[in-house]
Design a protein around this ligand. Sequence first.
Ligand code: NAP
Length: 223
Amino acid sequence: MKVAVVTGASKGIGRAIAKALAKEGYKLALGARSVEMLEELSREIGGAFYSYLDVSKPESVAEFAEKVLKEFGGVDLLVANAGIPMGGRLDEVSEEDMKRVFDVNTFGVWRTIKAFLPSLKERKGTVVVVTSYISTMILPNAGPYVASKWAARAITKTFQLENPEVKFIELRPGKVDTYFYGKPGRKIEEGFMKPEDVAELLISLLKLPEHVLVEDVLFRSIY
Ligand SMILES: NC(=O)c1ccc[n+]([C@@H]2O[C@H](COP(=O)([O-])OP(=O)(O)OC[C@H]3O[C@@H](n4cnc5c(N)ncnc54)[C@H](OP(=O)(O)O)[C@@H]3O)[C@@H](O)[C@H]2O)c1
């Protein structure tokens, strides 16, 4: 049975991905800061390993990885999904906010992959990084978030070139109805996909033949 780690599993896309992977028979290690929500999810999917994880803190990532590797002995799939929004003009955003968004969306991805890489290499595993459709686009008033996702894309692609024995997939969703935009509950016609749509796509990618590498996928609502 394959072992999958999902960061940011407490809500939104990560939660939907965790549920879909559980259905596919993966053994799961769930990480996020909201441990009560992880506990509830674990119960919902019939029992999964979960632990506090703050990807913006090097010591938290190290501790999480140590616990997961001790529990399972290795991992086959890492879904680096944890992320936060950060809008604002670049000439107005504070030093603190700029650092915060990079610490989660960029360094968080880098340090999580780094922590699990030896095991992923050993098992010829797969890393899925949830960036965004904006990882190659420019939007005004969203520079801090956009820049953090361009950098996460660069990190993903560099890891791939340096570690050909591991598959790196960059998932680039358009707008998804999660807590990212406040409380979820929006209609599909408003241009939002459901978190389950992202999970369904990921499962279909994981079922492709072994010799196929999907480098990135840009997908969005038709509206
Ligand atoms: N929603 C969209 O339209 C959209 C579009 C493209 C890409 N994305 C990306 O998709 C990913 C998931 O976002 P979402 O839409 O599912 O938003 P969400 O509903 O707000 O979920 C975000 C998840 O990330 C976790 N998280 C945030 N900061 C964290 C930290 N420091 N350490 C560990 N976990 C952390 C949250 O858990 P805790 O708060 O419990 O820590 C939560 O589980 C993000 O990377 C986001 O940039 C979203």
